[in-house]
Design a protein. Structure first.
Length: 276
């Protein structure tokens, strides 16, 4: 693991695989950390890709910034990390909030994007009801910590049947949630409550796009992925069976197969240097 000071934050990250491999930047969701992507990092580096997995500010081992952190802050952190690594363009992918950060990255830094991977995420702006919910949840996490929340949502993060059938996966996901600093989680919730609508951004995308969704996702059902696919008709879409909101953790083999097939068939290796 590496660490670098960027934009007033200390960002911890893994940079794995061959330095001359096609760079793939993977963005975790809330309230997780970079280790969520371990099954994908193993598969991708084994296939010759360079994989960068950061802990977002406020998560994992990266520094915490209380108050409010917008998706644009996360996206600009990622661009600064690519600068630090001397990477001009990368395949950028994320799950859930990480998918929305990926869309924000496309909106703010489109010339840095070689291709997009959007897993279990949604494009519209937050609703008034959603804003109220996220701000209430932020207050609760600051008051109570992460344990109660983690226990309540584990059977929504994973398909309920996988919580029972895959105890090691459930414990890994619970461990990440419980280890998250409530101040970081709350700041991201408050910022995410004010996220913009990404539908126009997606409709303008010309780079290759992979859309992935768990067949039994509670938070962003298959219908949300289909809505993104309608906006980006040239995209490739994969529904991962026997998975919920985190198919890359629940069903890593089919997830990785879809990702590697996409990279092999849709994403031509291009320059990854500093031609921003």
């Amino acid at each position: 693991m590496n660490a670098v000071a960027l934009r007033g934050a200390t960002i911890h990250y893994d940079d794995l695989g061959p330095s001359d491999g096609l760079p793939v930047l993977l963005v975790h969701g809330h309230p997780f950390d970079r280790t969520l992507w371990e099954p994908q990092a193993r598969a991708l580096t084994g296939a010759g890709y360079r994989v960068i997995t950061p802990d977002l500010r406020g998560y994992g081992r990266s520094s915490v910034h209380p108050g409010k952190v917008f998706l644009s802050d996360f996206a600009d952190d990622l661009a600064a990390l690519l600068d630090h690594l001397d990477i001009g363009r990368a395949v950028v992918g994320g799950v859930s909030m990480g998918g929305q950060i990926t869309m924000e990255f496309q909106r703010r830094h489109p010339r840095r994007v070689h291709a997009l991977v959007l897993s279990d995420t949604s494009a519209p702006a937050e609703t008034d009801e959603g804003k109220e919910f996220r701000n209430r949840l932020a207050d609760r996490l600051l008051a109570e910590g992460m344990d109660g929340y983690a226990g309540e949502v584990i059977d929504k993060m994973l398909a309920p049947y996988n919580v029972t059938a895959m105890p090691e996966v459930a414990e890994r996901v619970l461990g990440m949630m419980r280890a998250t600093d409530p101040r970081g989680a709350a700041a991201a919730l408050r910022g995410r409550a004010e996220r913009p609508d990404y539908r126009d951004t997606l409709a303008a995308v010309r780079q290759p796009v992979l859309i992935v969704v768990g067949a039994d996702d509670f938070y962003t059902p298959v219908a949300e992925a289909e809505a993104i696919h309608r906006l980006v008709p040239h995209a490739t879409m994969t529904v991962v069976e026997k998975a919920g909101h985190l198919p890359g953790a629940e069903q890593p083999e089919p997830f990785n197969t879809a990702l590697l097939d996409f990279l092999t068939t849709q994403v031509a290796p291009g320059p990854s240097g500093t031609d921003h």
